[in-house]
Design a protein around this ligand. Structure first.
Ligand code: NIG
Ligand code: FE
Length: 424
């Protein structure tokens, strides 16, 4: 067996290994630590993980990177972002400080719709440049794979422009990208008085146009293409959400959904029945739905930076979701309105404090379970033989510090597919 790179002398090699499935329930507390660990990499893949002495003596020809007692762990997988957008929402930030409500702002034509207006005006290259800046921040914070949604176009032309931007940025920087089509983000102004007309447009035209883009894109055959919907009062009803996702599944999309962010419309239960790969937000999920989730393969994606950003003290009950035996992932939900946050460790820090996750649970949620939430659990998210070598080094001797400290970054080096792509 050959290796060209060995990362050695990790005080803690945090593997987040799993048995081929997402970590769930009590197993989320086990991050699979190897003390004085090392990982051997050949090309873009991990060939072996073990104790430093054994790995070093077995792979003597490899270049050695000395982790010097630090933490080595999988790169973070951010399972939910909306980072293709133009403009900002700084005015809205001040309105919210003054007490304005997120859904009220949207109802009055602001919020998501103000970003839609700016994104429609922006050129593809402007959007790509801005998105690249956001990905740079995410990489420096240790993210090696990110899901990116469309959804600030809300017409065929601009939604396709956003998809083109997602492909542009995937080719121009190291973070692995999973695309999601979110034409069903909110009702565009043109359909204000005919929301079902917009659902018709999505089902009859937009989904197939997006799928055609995917077939010709560099993503095809490599990563899944998701369809998503914002099932919420003032956005899409349960029936409308179902229509969109059923049409999407028929075409070939994998599905996920924004459900229970503010209002329980029955979306969680319904989307679990539809075998959604993930359901996201879950602030208002019912106990029955939590039980359903625990009995399913659907991954729950928490978005704690949203509640923090909205200054709310109410969070999704992630503790209950894990204790019921479900698989929970964390995400930043990086977007201009509800979560201007590029950092997975910030999401972890909030989740530990307000959702009562242990750092171990937050780590599995941000690595292996994030990978399963974007349909890539067999390839990324853990430090295990045959997985892609997406690995980060943290400047601490104890992984728990990554969730304990906040406001900075402990990330000193990032490897994507076996290559060093960021170093502090
Ligand atoms: O996940 N809830 C809907 N979508 C985003 C927010 C997007 C925005 O406010 O621009 C979310 O919170
Ligand atoms: Fe979102």
């Amino acid at each position: 067996m050959k290796a060209d790179l060995v990362i050695a002398n990790a005080g803690q090699m945090v593997t987040c290994r799993s048995n081929g499935k997402a970590a769930r329930g009590a197993a989320m507390r086990d991050v699979g630590i190897i003390e004085d660990g090392a990982v051997a990499v050949h090309g873009d893949k991990i060939v072996e993980v073990g104790r430093t002495a054994a790995i070093i003596s077995k792979y003597q020809d490899a270049d050695v990177i000395d982790a010097a007692g630090k933490v080595v762990c999988p790169g973070f997988v951010d399972a939910h972002t909306h980072i293709v957008f133009a403009g900002d929402r700084l005015g809205e930030f001040e309105l919210k400080i003054g007490g304005a409500d997120y859904l009220e702002i949207l109802k009055n034509g602001g919020g998501i719709l103000s970003t839609v207006a700016r994104t429609r005006e922006a050129s593809r290259s402007e959007l790509s440049e801005q998105t690249l800046r956001r990905l740079e921040k995410m990489l420096a914070a240790g993210t090696t794979t990110a899901e990116i949604k469309s959804g600030y176009g809300l017409n065929t032309e601009t939604e396709l422009k956003m998809l083109a931007v997602i492909e542009d940025v995937a080719d121009r920087q190291p973070i692995g990208i999973v695309p999601t089509f979110l034409a069903a983000h909110t009702i565009p102004p043109e359909f204000k008085n005919d929301p079902d007309g917009y659902v018709d447009l999505i089902c009859d035209e937009m989904l197939s146009a997006a799928w055609e883009w995917y077939r010709r894109s560099s993503f095809f055959g490599k990563v899944p293409f998701f369809a998503d919907v914002f099932c919420e009062k003032g956005a899409f009803s349960l029936e409308q959400s179902r229509r969109v996702l059923i049409a999407a599944k028929e075409i070939g999309f994998a599905v996920k959904a924004h459900v229970d962010e503010f209002t329980n419309l029955g979306g969680s239960g319904e989307m679990i029945k539809m075998n959604a790969v993930s359901i996201d937000h879950l602030d208002a999920i019912s106990d029955d739905e939590v039980a359903q989730l625990a009995g399913s393969e659907t991954v729950a994606v928490a978005t704690p930076a949203v509640n923090f950003n909205l200054g709310s003290s109410h969070f999704a009950d992630a503790r209950k979701i894990i204790d019921a035996g479900a698989a929970l992932a964390l995400s930043t939900d990086y977007n201009p309105g509800s979560a201007p946050c590029p950092s997975m460790t910030m999401a972890m820090a909030i989740a530990c404090r307000y959702q009562k996750l242990l750092p171990s649970e937050a780590f599995n949620a941000s690595t292996i379970n994030g990978a399963f939430a974007v349909g890539l659990g067999d390839r990324i998210g853990s430090i295990e033989t045959a997985k892609q070598a997406d690995i980060i080094i943290l400047d601490t001797h104890d992984y728990r510090e990554a969730a304990y400290e906040f406001g900075g970054s402990l990330v000193t080096e990032v490897f994507k597919a076996g290559r060093s792509v960021f170093r502090k």
